[in-house]
Design a protein around this ligand. Sequence first.
Ligand SMILES: CC(C)(COP(=O)(O)OP(=O)(O)OC[C@H]1O[C@@H](n2cnc3c(N)ncnc32)[C@H](O)[C@@H]1OP(=O)(O)O)[C@@H](O)C(=O)NCCC(=O)NCCS
Length: 313
Amino acid sequence: MRIRPTVESDLDKVLSCTVTAPVSWADPDRYRRFLADGSYRPAHTWIAEDEEGRLLARAVWWTFPAGDRPLALDCIWVDDSVADPAALAAELLTTAHAAFPAGELPEYHLFLPPAWRDDPAVLAAVEWRRDVAARAGLTEELERLRYEWTPGAPVPADSGRLVFSEASDEEFVEVFRQVAVGSLDDDTRRGLLRLDPQVQAEETLADYLRMPGDRSWWRLARTPEGVPAGFALPSANNGGPVVGYLGVVPEMRGRGLVDELLAEITRSHAARGAARIGADTDFGNTPMAASFDRAGYRNFGVRLVLSGPASAV
Ligand SMILES: CC(C)(COP(=O)(O)OP(=O)(O)OC[C@H]1O[C@@H](n2cnc3c(N)ncnc32)[C@H](O)[C@@H]1OP(=O)(O)O)[C@@H](O)C(=O)NCCC(=O)NCCS
């Protein structure tokens, strides 16, 4: 048996497997699209083969088209003929992890229906993958609620409670730093465990600049009296427009301003004719989830994120 990253000439082999379990997977259409834009790469697709070169297992990682390191595992597949699929998949992930550039382990993202625990087939498909991920060091688990706005849902009018304006990168870094304090968002909290708050805010800026959304859409929010309140940062990913990021500074929380920021983002995308706006928030970020519900965003699924311990850098 041999475990290795793929090369361009492996494409047919890479596309030859099919996941029949009811979990998200890198199907051939998705694989080709993401390969074309650089989100998937041969070097971030690892396989296990037998002595005759027959495909036994495959793991596909995603990254930003402009990124240099794999950021999230999208798919694990193991051939039915393998006696201990979890052991082989764990070996595949562990070998690839060791070859990736030093730093945080790439997460594993599973896209699931909202009530996924109630469906035995989905639960079974998740359980062995979760076990594999844990054996490869991805021991932390987080559920994110996936929301979408479609044109049937309302486009809220501007209430005038906040005034929106463009701002410099430095101003956004400053407000990202403020908003991270007391955040219920897991990624932000983990970032603050390993980074100085200023560096964490600068990394947040760099991450959002890398996304395909337009920088000119970003807005700072103040009260009509000029008191800083937060920001609204509409963005986009490979799938189209997304809510991106929004935040209320700690002193202004608990006044429902989250709804004003989300409304600004919805208006921004709707004015450009968006057919869909995607959004994710952590299961535990209850004020954010409640705001999506109030704004007519539909919770259509769950993103299960498996990751390494925050200190594993
Ligand atoms: C999520 C967020 C935008 C909510 O803003 P908000 O305008 O304060 O929300 P609401 O006014 O609707 O708050 C509803 C309730 O949640 C509480 N709440 C809001 N943010 C909270 C936080 N970070 N921690 C604990 N409680 C919070 C409010 O105090 C209020 O409580 P109450 O009902 O007892 O009065 C804000 O917490 C924030 O900026 N968080 C950091 C950034 C973030 O998570 N963005 C979303 C990423 S997807």
